[in-house]
Design a protein around this ligand. Structure first.
Ligand code: SF4
Length: 328
């Protein structure tokens, strides 16, 4: 079997690419991805999407539409329902294949849409990907082996983040000492953002790199073990219900309590329903203890200079507070 399967470089790509690509390649597919997000892809998505949709979904539509014009056999577009017991994805993920089908005539025949329902985010339930193997005419044993190896590859990738690497660094195989913060890094800032916002340099304008260039050590949710996130969440009477929103909430709560963390930055995209609630919770909680908190809201027209100025001003303020001996 030789088929070419494309993965849009958007939404959960930065979190699951190592697993998906390992699986598809082991089935015998050639895996390609769409280019990094650029203005043309954003404009495509904006034209196709209903105006009230959030920016990341518009961008995803742009990537998918671009791939439809390429000579690839299939485009991988999973339906995410749950990757954690009792928690679910934002409804836009659940309806994504339907949204594509209705927005882009002709997409259905070329779409591979496995249904992801798993107990944890390693997608350890092999049934999730079985429909892909069946569609490609691959037998059960080969599928099982490919799934097992793909999950192992993904766990290795995640282990690098737990050593302090962000997803880009982990994707490049970096972890441990290679990414460890230097001892004299003066500031530590938690950055709460969905992976598809933070790791898309066009969307987030590479805020993690900008903070690091200013000498800030950054902490994202992927760097904290799941049990740490869960115990941070245990202090709230009610979780947010959506898996990744809860991961961000957990990071925010953990940073709030941690004296080594000087501030929290919430990176949010215009049009996100769950984030409007999450942002308010952060604002209130950080306000109560007078710990610095900043929201960076991104839309399809955000300008890099504006972001840089705001981030620089925020970091300056944190540095001044720290120098004065106040808690940042
Ligand atoms: S969580 Fe927010 S940004 Fe993500 S898909 Fe849902 S509405 Fe969009």
């Amino acid at each position: 079997m030789w088929v070419q399967i494309a993965i849009p470089r958007a939404l959960m790509h930065s979190y699951y690419y190592p697993l998906w690509s390992a699986y598809l390649q082991e089935l015998g597919a050639d895996v390609v991805v769409s280019p990094a997000t650029n203005k043309e892809l954003v404009d495509r998505g904006v034209k196709l999407a209903a105006p009230e949709l959030c920016v990341p979904i518009k961008i995803y539509l742009g990537h998918f539409h671009w791939l439809l014009e390429q000579p690839v056999d299939y485009i991988f577009a999973p339906r995410f329902v749950s990757v954690q017991k009792g928690q679910f994805f934002c409804p836009k993920f659940m309806g994504l294949p339907d949204m594509l089908r209705f927005s882009l005539p002709g997409s259905e025949e070329r779409m591979l849409s496995p249904l992801f329902t798993s107990r944890d985010d390693s997608l350890d339930n092999e049934k999730c990907l079985r429909t892909v193997a069946s569609r490609l005419g691959v037998g059960y044993l080969k599928h099982r082996r490919a799934h097992r190896n793909a999950v192992a590859a993904w766990r290795e990738f995640r282990a690098l983040s737990l050593q302090g690497a962000d997803l880009n660094q982990a994707l490049a195989g970096k972890g441990g000492a290679e990414v460890a913060a230097t001892a004299d890094t003066p500031l530590t800032v938690g950055v709460a953002g969905y992976v598809y916002n933070l790791y898309d340099p066009y969307v987030s304008m590479d805020i993690l790199a900008k903070l690091r260039q200013m000498g800030v050590r950054v902490i994202t949710f992927e760097m904290l073990p799941d049990d740490v996130l869960q115990s941070a969440l245990a202090r709230v009477p009610k979780k947010l219900f959506w898996t990744f929103s809860d991961k961000l909430l957990a990071l925010g709560l953990w940073c709030l309590d941690n004296p080594e963390v000087d501030a929290l930055v919430h990176v949010t995209a215009f049009g996100c329903g769950p984030d409007s609630m999450l942002g308010k919770i952060f604002e209130v909680d950080y306000g109560k203890v007078d710990k610095p908190f900043m929201t960076v809201r991104i839309d399809e027209h955000s300008g890099e200079n504006h972001l840089l100025t705001r981030v620089e001003a925020f970091v300056d303020m944190l540095s001044r507070k720290k120098r004065r001996g106040e808690r940042a």
